[in-house]
Design a protein. Structure first.
Length: 342
């Protein structure tokens, strides 16, 4: 079955009852493309990245519980430039999804081959609730962060000259078939099989879903309960722990920069976020020590004796990252309040 036939079936069955996507700048008819998924964290960017994976587009190494490409966590443009050029040489069509990419995307544009942007939107109330559940972020801080990100997205869209499509997460959930039709039209997929269509349908959902490739990895992890010394899986989990700890260090650096910037402002007790910020800063030495302690466990090989030990260590690293991110959010909130009153 060809893609065109599948496309007619999808569109005719649903009669395009609602529109899930809006193409601002049409896609290019070229053989090589780079897809960059942008949006607020918890807005559905993982869903889009996962759909692109299902369509055979390389979106970074598979991580069982996240569709972000960890190599793009860095803020160093030179490092990102090298990664982009390496991927260009290795893949005709590839992409990545890391929400904070938006803050330095303009510096990366000269190195991206035929960029195609997909921006995901979602009801801010829903995003904030998701942040509360997944990241323990207070609702008011989440809302503030969401609109700060949307402001940056607005500025990017005003300047963007590359192919650009907006996706409504809420509408996608309401009409999967319309979305599949519109997404495949934008990326120009051909020869879409019934299996691929079913994989897309099964992946799209209200909560995190594993892609068909993820499920293979998860199945291996489940099987590992009877094979605690599966070295391949131990290595995969361990590498994720290392990436998480690396991001912990990056977040600490961001907090220290925030601290320097806030120190230049005039502070009074009237700022609601001041107490939470100062309380968070008091924890920084402890959090930094924890990072180094966990790194030392990796060096001493105390974190990967077997599958269970390695997985528990990974969860410990994830918890530490959540704690550090919460401190950064309080700093972002305080800085926003300070700048607003100046």
């Amino acid at each position: 079955m060809t893609y065109q036939k599948n496309k007619r079936v999808i569109c005719s069955e649903k009669k395009m009852s609602i529109k899930t996507c809006e193409v601002i700048i049409p896609a290019q008819v070229v053989d090589q493309k780079t897809y960059i998924v942008l949006g607020v964290a918890r807005s559905g960017t993982s869903m889009i990245a996962g759909c692109l994976r299902e369509l055979g587009i390389f979106m970074g190494e598979i991580v069982a519980d996240n569709h972000e490409d960890p190599v793009f966590f860095s803020d160093d443009v030179e490092i990102l430039k090298r990664i982009i050029l390496e991927r260009n040489n290795k893949y005709d069509n590839w992409g990545w999804k890391v929400p904070k990419t938006m803050f330095h995307i303009e510096n990366l544009l000269p190195f991206i081959r035929n960029p195609h942007f997909i921006i995901v939107t979602r009801d801010p109330f829903d995003i904030a609730n998701s942040m509360m559940k997944r990241e323990a972020m207070p609702f008011d801080l989440a809302i503030q962060h969401i609109f700060m990100v949307y402001k940056h997205l607005q500025q990017f869209v005003e300047k963007c000259l590359a192919p650009l499509m907006f996706v409504s997460y809420n509408r996608v959930i309401a009409d999967k078939e319309a979305f599949i039709c519109e997404l495949t039209s934008f990326i120009g997929s051909e020869n879409l099989s019934k299996e691929q269509l079913n994989q897309l349908r099964n992946f799209i959902g209200g909560n995190y879903r594993s892609t068909s490739l993820d499920k293979m990895q998860l199945a291996s992890l489940a099987k590992a309960k009877t094979d605690q010394m599966n070295l391949n899986l131990i290595n995969q989990i361990q590498q994720k722990s290392i990436r998480v700890l690396s991001r912990c260090r990056d977040e600490i650096s961001t907090i220290e920069k925030l601290q320097e910037e806030i120190a230049t402002k005039q502070l009074t007790i009237n700022y609601k976020s001041l107490y939470r910020w100062e309380e968070g800063l008091q924890r920084i030495p402890e959090l930094k020590n924890l990072i180094e302690l966990l790194y030392q466990k990796i060096l001493d090989k105390l974190s990967y004796k077997d599958i269970t030990t390695t997985e528990e260590f990974r969860k410990q690293c994830e918890t530490l990252l959540t704690d550090i991110i919460l401190v950064r959010y309080t700093g972002n909130r305080l800085l926003y309040e300070l700048n607003k009153k100046q």
